[in-house]
Write a protein that binds this ligand. Structure first.
Ligand code: ZN
Length: 200
């Protein structure tokens, strides 16, 4: 069997994509190994990355492996200072470009970074828009189901409002993702107003 022929066949291409996606999941788990989510459950950070990756996979019917890989690695540059060049070398320049679009400039103040996310959302590529919407959906779900003990009600409400402002600029690409986001925002809002399971 000639390996080159296998790789160039449609089946070979699919196999190669699966391997690359799983290699990205493996890299994500290792790069974020010591990072936990801020919530009371302190879930491993890779749970967030896998959730965002599943959301974009479902939104694109599994047809965009580059976007799935970018979702798995979307916080690697921002949180773990993984060099963008390393991602480009290992996973290709398209993946690195999507991640670049969703990475905040950490040299700026937090308030300015948040302001920019709102101001630039509508200018992003469709892939970056989907990734950002999935990311915000995952974060809102976390507020609803495992809020950070250090976050006051005011801070949670402010986050929900801000996420909605960012999402306003991300609409028009995936109605399904928008639905997931809207539901997560409602759940988050409700969880802040009335604690789950304590409704009389
Ligand atoms: Zn994220």
């Amino acid at each position: 069997m000639k390996p080159s022929r296998v790789l160039s066949s449609p089946k070979g291409k699919t196999m190669k994509e699966w391997v690359t996606v799983l290699r990205a999941a493996d890299a994500a788990a290792r790069w974020h190994v010591h990072q936990r989510r801020k919530g009371s459950a302190q879930e491993p950070y890779v749970n967030h990355l896998l959730e965002v990756a599943s959301l974009v996979t479902e939104a694109t019917h599994g047809k965009d492996p580059d976007l799935v890989i970018a979702a798995l690695l979307h916080d690697a540059v921002e949180d773990q200072e993984v060099p963008a060049e390393l991602i480009a070398r290992e996973f290709g320049s398209k993946v690195a470009a999507i991640i670049g679009e969703v990475t905040d400039d950490k040299t700026l103040e937090k308030a300015e970074r948040k302001r920019r996310q709102v101001a630039t959302a509508h200018k992003k590529s469709d892939q970056a828009k989907m990734l950002k919407l999935a990311d915000k959906t995952s974060n809102l779900r976390a507020i609803a189901f495992s809020p950070s003990p250090g976050w006051s009600v005011k801070r949670r409400l402010e986050y929900i409002d801000w996420a909605k402002s960012v999402a306003a600029g991300l609409r028009g690409v995936s109605p399904w993702l928008e639905e997931q986001f809207d539901r997560a925002a409602e759940d988050a809002q409700r969880s802040v107003a009335v604690a789950r399971g304590r409704v009389q």
